[in-house]
Design a protein around this ligand. Structure first.
Ligand code: SF4
Length: 302
């Protein structure tokens, strides 16, 4: 579904230096996101007031992005890994109309950058031809917080069905492209049960994907949005655990994730312990270019 309002904007910069340990640059073709997830941290960072105040309903499109990116990649000597996107989803429905994500990735690959895609949308399959051709320079991550469609409908109201995401990821992995699942955020009292986590890790096992997991990070604007959409008891519990900490909560969740990953033979990484200097860490694997040597091979890498 397209957002209620589309704003076309012009930008003077396309690539930004990334502070994430596994990425050198970030590229975000859109600001605002029509999937409207209740936990979205992008509300806080979007930079477009109208989109932040009407989260999920207003999306800004960087109409001159590809032209600006072309100038930048021609003059950037340091090639590296570009995260597409790091703030809003690069394959929300509006991408079918503007193709900014596809055209940007095409350009990045032509100029020998590596590309790491993160999305919740099977629309990424539209670009499978291009990704397959450059599989040695690409990895694709799908965010899946639960396989339960009724919970997904509450916390990610306009995002694609979790099963559609899992099936898309399997197709990508079957094309020998390196795949991963972002199991995050894990939200206290909502998707932190064994059943929810096992569903996602089972999907990772089927698509032979790595799992990166993370707890909820809360920013002020996200709280306000969450409070409007969830029931009061749920929000109180989330607030207590996330804001003030709850003794042993995160280590219990980590043990549960690791137990299930072992059961399914899936490699799991705690997002916050992803050390770029450790040889077997996800950032170093991605940066060293071990990705893409066959999507089905990641279990053996670790
Ligand atoms: S898909 Fe990502 S960017 Fe979009 S609303 Fe959900 S969490 Fe935010």
């Amino acid at each position: 579904m397209l957002p209620k309002k589309i704003i076309e904007i012009r930008v003077s910069k396309a690539l930004y230096r990334s502070k994430l340990p596994d990425l050198d640059y970030s590229l975000n073709p859109y600001q605002g996101c029509s999937f409207g997830c209740v936990y979205c941290y992008a509300i806080h960072f979007t930079g477009i007031e109208e989109a932040a105040n009407n989260w999920g309903e207003v999306v800004a499109v960087k109409v001159n992005l590809v032209e600006v990116l072309r100038r930048e990649v021609m003059h950037t000597t340091k090639k590296g890994v570009v995260g597409v996107s790091t703030i809003t989803d690069p394959y929300m429905p509006i991408e079918a109309r503007y193709s900014l994500t596809r055209r940007s990735i095409e350009l990045l690959l032509a100029y020998r950058f590596r590309v790491s895609i993160q999305t919740k949308s099977p629309l990424v399959l539209r670009d499978l031809d291009m990704l397959r051709t450059h599989r040695d320079k690409v990895d694709v991550g799908m965010t899946i917080t639960t396989m339960d469609p009724s919970l997904a409908r509450v916390i990610e109201p306009r995002a694609p069905h979790p099963l559609a995401r899992a099936r898309a990821l399997k197709k990508i992995s079957d094309s020998l492209i390196y795949t991963w699942i972002f199991l995050g955020p894990i939200i206290p009292g909502l998707n932190d049960s064994e059943e929810h986590i096992e569903g996602v890790i089972g999907a990772a096992s089927e698509s032979n994907s790595l799992v990166i997991f993370d707890l909820l990070n809360i920013y002020d604007r996200t709280w306000s949005y969450m409070k409007e959409r969830l029931d009061r008891d749920e929000v109180t519990k989330i607030y207590r655990v996330v804001r003030y900490g709850s003794k042993g909560y995160w280590s219990r969740i980590k043990s549960l994730v690791l137990k299930l990953c072992t059961k399914y033979g899936v490699m799991c990484i705690d997002f916050h312990l992803s050390d770029p200097f450790e040889t077997n860490s996800w950032p170093s694997i991605r940066k060293a270019g071990y990705i893409g040597r066959g999507g089905g091979s990641q279990k053996r890498l670790f």
